[in-house]
Design a protein around this ligand. Structure first.
Ligand SMILES: Cc1cc2nc3c(=O)[nH]c(=O)nc-3n(C[C@H](O)[C@H](O)[C@H](O)COP(=O)(O)O)c2cc1C
Length: 215
């Protein structure tokens, strides 16, 4: 499968990059085709007023950076996306939030590529890797909840969220909860991890795992 790993930290030698590298290694070892991008190279502008920004000749977004390339050539063709990010003020970094904000310009009814983008953005398996200084659960709960809603809205599957604690560059290797191993596993099993979202009438047996011993 094709996996795109998106690094949202400006620190290319930072902690979330270490998480991204582990996920990449795991995914490649599992036989997946992995591409890794840094958001800094693609996203420089924030969402504007689409009515003012669209090019008069074809209605396309006129913001002058590489967002369209990221979305159309990299995000849409991927079967899975892994977002690697630092926690900034209990949320995702602004540049990453802009990736979602600007999706509006490509999915609105007035967008020339609406059908292609809506069709291409759905159905992906998504993993999230977060590096942050603080360890209490509430610190990352907002981001996790936002990704749960984003993926639900985009008709994607949120497969897992890995949180590691670190501040200085690279010190995430010392987190005893071993977030690098968990990131590696998420990359390797992005399409194999069990994701459920039952309704009361979902047909299912009373067992979760085939072959499990029960009493
Ligand atoms: C602008 C900014 C805001 C931050 N806000 C938080 C925060 O709210 N909670 C937290 O635990 N860490 C916070 N941090 C610390 C980073 O999340 C942490 O250093 C992380 O490991 C950096 O990842 P990186 O090396 O990939 O850039 C913040 C750091 C910066 C630069």
């Amino acid at each position: 499968m094709k996996i795109l790993v998106i690094s949202a930290s400006p620190r290319a030698d930072g902690n979330s990059h270490a998480l991204a590298r582990s996920a990449i290694d795991g995914a490649r070892d599992a036989g997946h085709d992995v591409e890794h991008v840094f958001l800094d190279d693609y996203v420089q502008q924030m969402l504007g007023n689409c009515r003012m920004c669209r090019r008069p000749q074809d209605g396309r977004c006129s913001l002058d950076d590489r967002y369209a390339e990221l979305l159309l050539d990299k995000i849409l063709p991927a079967d899975g996306i892994v977002f690697a990010m630092p926690l900034y003020f209990y949320g995702m970094p602004g540049r990453l939030k802009t990736v979602f904000d600007r999706l509006f310009c490509y999915t609105a009814n007035s967008a020339p590529e609406q059908d292609v983008v809506v069709d291409g953005i759905t159905g992906k398996n998504v993993g999230v890797l977060i590096s942050c200084e603080e360890s209490y659960v509430g610190a990352t709960q907002g981001v996790a909840a936002q990704f749960q809603e984003l993926t639900r809205y985009l008709n994607q599957n949120l497969v897992g969220v890995v949180v590691g604690n670190a501040n200085s560059r690279g010190e995430i290797v010392h987190d005893p909860s071993d977030p690098l191993a968990r990131a590696r596993d998420l990359g390797a099993r992005l399409f194999a991890i069990r994701v459920t979202d039952y309704r009361i009438d979902t047909a299912r047996s009373n067992r979760v795992w085939d072959g499990a011993v029960h009493s």
